[in-house]
Ligand binder design. Structure first.
Ligand code: SIN
Length: 189
């Protein structure tokens, strides 16, 4: 898979004839909303677990010193809490560019708090992309995050904002919160 997934995503046009579609965010898309939306709702998808296993060359690190950001990995019985945005087609151009470092559009069924469902897109970076880093001990992940910075800011800021956003959703994500604890301990907090 090329390092830049923008072109691949342009061909993943399952919702091309829809004026509006749902996009599910589980990482920075929860806390950094730099696009217009029609509706925003807490939502969840099933069978995926959030993990800091994706390298970031373009936002929270550099190609020579990648940061770590979240992707989703398949896991039976897992539920991933996040936020769904109802957007117009043109927003996908912006999101394809923003998520170009390994993320692919994947069609997912999302469940809202009232029990209703909708099909939509999630941006997921699979293990075969060039920036993928994979698993590591959570303390080691925290150390890498503490040391990383890229054009969008510090990797630390990404982690702490995501952890805060998950608390706001009343979501206890043991992996994210463990890495946050390690990071704060490294900083003597
Ligand atoms: C997402 O937030 O849904 C994708 C991963 C990221 O940009 O952090």
């Amino acid at each position: 898979m090329p390092a830049d997934t923008t072109l691949i995503n342009k061909h993943m046009d399952q919702f091309a004839n829809h004026q509006q579609l749902w996009v599910f965010g589980y990482g920075s898309l929860i806390f950094k909303v730099d696009f217009p939306y029609i509706d925003r709702r807490a939502a969840r998808i099933h069978g995926w677990a959030r993990r800091f296993w994706q390298g970031s060359h373009d936002h929270r690190g550099t190609p020579g010193a990648p940061g770590r950001v979240v992707t989703l990995v398949p896991q039976d019985g897992a539920v991933c809490e996040g936020v769904a945005y109802l957007v117009t087609q043109d927003v996908l151009d912006h999101l394809d560019y923003r998520e170009k470092n390994g993320y692919l559009r994947v069609v997912e069924d999302m469940t809202f708090d009232d029990g209703s469902h909708a099909q939509g897109l999630a941006y997921i970076a699979t293990a075969d992309n060039a920036a993928y880093l994979g698993p590591a001990p959570e303390e080691e992940i925290a150390r890498q995050i503490a040391d990383s910075i890229g054009p969008s800011g510090t990797n630390r800021d990404y982690l702490l904002k995501l952890a805060d956003a998950l608390r706001e959703l009343s979501e206890h994500d043991a992996h994210v919160f463990a890495i946050e604890r390690h990071l704060l301990a490294l900083e003597g907090k």
